[in-house]
Write a protein that binds this ligand. Structure first.
Ligand SMILES: O=C(O)c1cccc(C(=O)CC[C@H]2O[C@@H](n3cnc4c(=O)[nH]cnc43)[C@H](O)[C@@H]2O)c1
Length: 207
């Protein structure tokens, strides 16, 4: 099985690079897997996947940190994002939001179709251009989509994988709660360590 590991930043895969002794490059070819660093956000992700994703891959493994709407989830928890939505893609009609699906322009929500079993709790994600940081935006998103997590790439990776009919797993480790921005509250180091421990074990077992 050939896996394409995809992350937004090298920092999110720092221990993974170390463990597999990978060169510090954005695209790394390896016997067991290839690895792609896309840059942050949907546009950078779509561009990078447009260049590197091909039918040679059996699985896209999207890894990264994420914010959680649900405060009962401890920071550092690693989750399987089985559903992800382009939350801002659509049109405002006064206080109402019309998704691209409502507008008749296709799917805005993607679900993982892989049969690969992952021993992590499933969660529903949304993908945003900006990190949500106001009470009003948080309430609006909860009322409209009831998400558990938020990232800036997840739905774009599901989208690209679906275009080529390649299975996709999105695994995210919670670095922060979605709240008014206060980076002092983020536990990025813990989230990255737990994410990398999971990814090293998973890739080892899959090959
Ligand atoms: O400041 C650092 O040390 C640092 C190290 C590694 C990564 C970062 C990032 O900021 C990564 C950006 C990445 O994180 C995702 N993310 C994390 N929390 C949220 C959130 O609350 N809302 C949306 N996205 C979030 C996102 O996918 C970014 O690509 C910093």
């Amino acid at each position: 099985m050939k896996i394409l590991v995809v992350a937004a930043t090298k920092a999110e895969l720092s221990f993974f690079y170390q463990h597999f002794n990978l060169p510090e490059e954005d695209f790394v070819e390896n016997k067991k897997f290839d690895l792609l660093i896309t840059g942050v956000g949907m546009v950078a992700t779509a561009f990078a996947l447009g260049r590197y994703l091909s039918p040679q891959y059996d699985l896209v493994l999207n890894l990264g940190i994420a914010g959680a709407f649900d405060r009962s989830i401890p920071l550092g928890t690693v989750l399987n994002i089985t559903e992800d939505t382009f939350a801002e893609l659509g049109a405002e009609n006064g206080d109402e939001f019309l998704s691209i699906t409502d507008l008749g322009f296709g799917e805005n929500r993607y679900t993982t179709k892989t049969q690969i079993k992952v021993a992590l709790a499933p969660a529903k994600g949304i993908t945003m251009n900006r990190v949500t940081g106001s009470e009003k935006s948080i309430q609006t998103l909860i009322e409209r989509l009831n998400p558990t997590t938020e990232s800036m790439e997840g739905a774009a990776v599901f989208y690209a994988s679906k275009q080529l009919n390649i299975d996709c797993l999105q695994i995210r480790s919670i670095s922060n709660y979605v709240e008014r921005r206060n980076k002092d509250n983020w536990k990025i180091g813990l989230a990255i360590k737990n994410l990398n421990d999971w990814a090293i074990a998973f890739v080892g077992e899959m090959n």
